[in-house]
Design a protein around this ligand. Structure first.
Ligand code: PLP
Length: 504
């Protein structure tokens, strides 16, 4: 990767040139670089409004980039170790949807872990693709779901040789990464492309101590939230591609279905600037982040009542090959507090906001933006919290195994569009769900749209509710009632007929 080349910022330079020329804007946006809304300019800054421009001569067009967006994307591809990069202004969500639509046609199958993010489920609904769900391993101590293994993929591909893609998360929110290279090897031996949700992995390729990125592991497509863990603005992400299993024209075509025709040049410019920063200084910046992460881990690991998710917890476990040390999961059960309670104490007593909390844990994310002052305040706050706020004892530990995966009778898309009725949870056995019911922990849906309620699932949901676990996804916040399909038989027949047609 040429440092001199990566020093360039083609898109940023083009925006500056447009401003410097003093062109009189008879075009959108209507604020005309701030002239039309002085308060907006005063509050957001004249540079921001000055580059809030639109597709035109000299600034290229995101739907068919041939000029400065193309050059900026090519530099991003090189820096993120890909062959192609596509700028996204609607988050990694739009990249995930595009990956699924680029690889599978309606009714075709994709192999996908059960703990996939809601953006993947929305991708299934939009595309009409049929999921083959894999149940990931769950760590009962931390109550979190891990990844999937090459063996899981091998088995799934043997059972579903007609699957058109394999979808993988690298790494999970909690920083656990699977043996992605092994998964790629298995999938590629059958010419099946691997699509990776890298919402929490945009920084991986810039430091050797971090888990391998999707592109380094040989995956075909990866949607990476550059805004989450490198320095671009919220909503800006990258879709990365390599290899010959997926046609780049197809990816571009799919992106053009859903991308806005008015992309924010502020977001696009931030991708250009963040790419330059990571290409030139990413390794050094991440080395400093890792030093802070290891220091925080060492300091917190001595404190009573809390336990950190560490390499030793994942060693040898299925679906766990690497741990990203910059994501610090802290189990707080032995403080006698839930993760949600600790989140609230940190926010209101110590001015600290965590990334997320669940029943047992809080998650802290460290990035290139953290200073020593910040991490020292974090450690000092925790030292105080464990003595001042600990209630002693341990909050309940739920150890029952997840119920078996239910039958999927209708695609998520048909379930989404199907006619529904509301029934009480107690009477739902045999009905086809129109909703997803998700339990935190471990963040895995117990039932997805299109799947049939079993007695096991209903009993499990009732036990979780009695344990006080957070359940999400239903219209009824108390989960007394669930939404199910009315036209079960018609839809099932329609789906079966469609699957047979696709298969024949
Ligand atoms: C695992 C995972 N995938 C995908 C996404 C979607 O990313 P974005 O917010 O950039 O659209 C998220 C967002 O939090 C996520 O956690």
């Amino acid at each position: 990767m040429g440092k001199k080349e990566q020093n360039r910022m083609p898109l940023w330079e083009a925006l500056c040139a447009y401003r410097a020329e003093g062109i009189i804007p008879f075009h959108v946006p209507g604020h005309k670089q701030g002239r039309g809304n002085p308060e907006l300019e005063e509050k957001l800054g004249s540079t921001t409004l000055g580059i809030d421009l639109t597709c035109m001569e000299g600034l290229d067009n995101i739907l068919n980039p041939l000029d400065v967006i193309r050059e900026a994307q090519d530099l991003a591809a090189k820096s993120f170790r890909a062959e192609h990069a596509y700028f996204l202004v609607n988050g990694t969500t739009s990249g995930i949807q595009a990956m699924i639509m680029a690889v599978c046609a309606p009714g075709e199958k994709i192999i996908i872990p059960r703990n996939a993010h809601r953006s993947a489920i929305s991708g299934l609904i939009l595309s009409g693709v049929q999921p083959v769900y894999l149940q990931p391993e769950v760590d009962q101590r931390f109550g979190i779901a891990y990844g999937i293994t090459p063996e899981d993929i091998e088995r799934a591909l043997l059972e579903h040789p007609d699957a058109k893609g394999v979808f993988v998360i690298n790494p999970t929110y909690y920083g656990v990464a699977p043996d992605l290279a092994g998964i790629v090897e298995v999938a590629h031996s059958r010419d099946v492309p691997v699509l990776v949700d890298e919402a929490h992995g945009a920084h991986l390729c810039f430091h050797p101590e971090l888990p391998p990125s999707a592109m380094e592991a040989g995956a075909d497509l990866s949607a990476a939230s550059t805004h989450k863990l490198t320095g671009s603005l919220t909503q800006s992400s990258l879709l990365l591609q390599q290899g010959s299993l997926v046609n780049p024209q197809r990816v571009k075509g799919v992106l053009n279905l859903t991308q806005t025709t008015s992309p924010s040049y502020i977001l696009l410019a931030s991708l250009d600037l963040a790419r330059k920063q990571m290409a030139l200084s990413g390794t050094r910046l991440l080395a400093a982040t890792l030093r802070k992460a290891h220091w925080v881990r060492r300091q917190l690991s001595h404190l009573p009542g809390i336990e950190l998710l560490e390499e030793k917890h994942i060693e040898g476990r299925p679906g766990c090959r690497y741990l990203d040390p910059t994501k610090i999961t802290i189990n707080v059960r032995q403080l006698g507090l839930s993760g949600q309670e600790v989140e609230s104490i940190l926010r209101h007593k110590y001015r600290i906001q965590v990334e997320l909390s669940d029943l047992y844990n809080i998650l802290l994310l460290l990035s290139i933006g953290d200073t020593w002052e910040m991490v020292q305040h974090l450690v000092a706050s925790f030292q105080d919290l464990v003595t001042t706020w600990s209630k002693g004892g341990s909050i309940s530990k739920f150890t029952r195994a997840l119920p078996p995966l239910p039958d999927a009778l209708v695609s998520p898309r048909d379930a989404f569009y199907g006619e529904t009725k509301v029934v009480s949870l107690a009477d739902a056995e045999g009905e086809i769900s129109a909703e997803m019911i998700m339990a935190y922990p471990p963040g895995i849906p117990l039932i997805c749209p299109g799947e049939r309620f079993t007695r096991d699932i209903i009993d499990y949901i009732r036990i979780l509710k009695a344990e006080g676990l957070v359940l999400q996804g239903t219209e009824d916040p108390h989960l007394e009632q669930v939404k199910v399909l009315t036209q079960n038989i018609v839809l099932v027949q329609k789906y079966r007929a469609f699957s047979e047609e696709v298969g024949s």
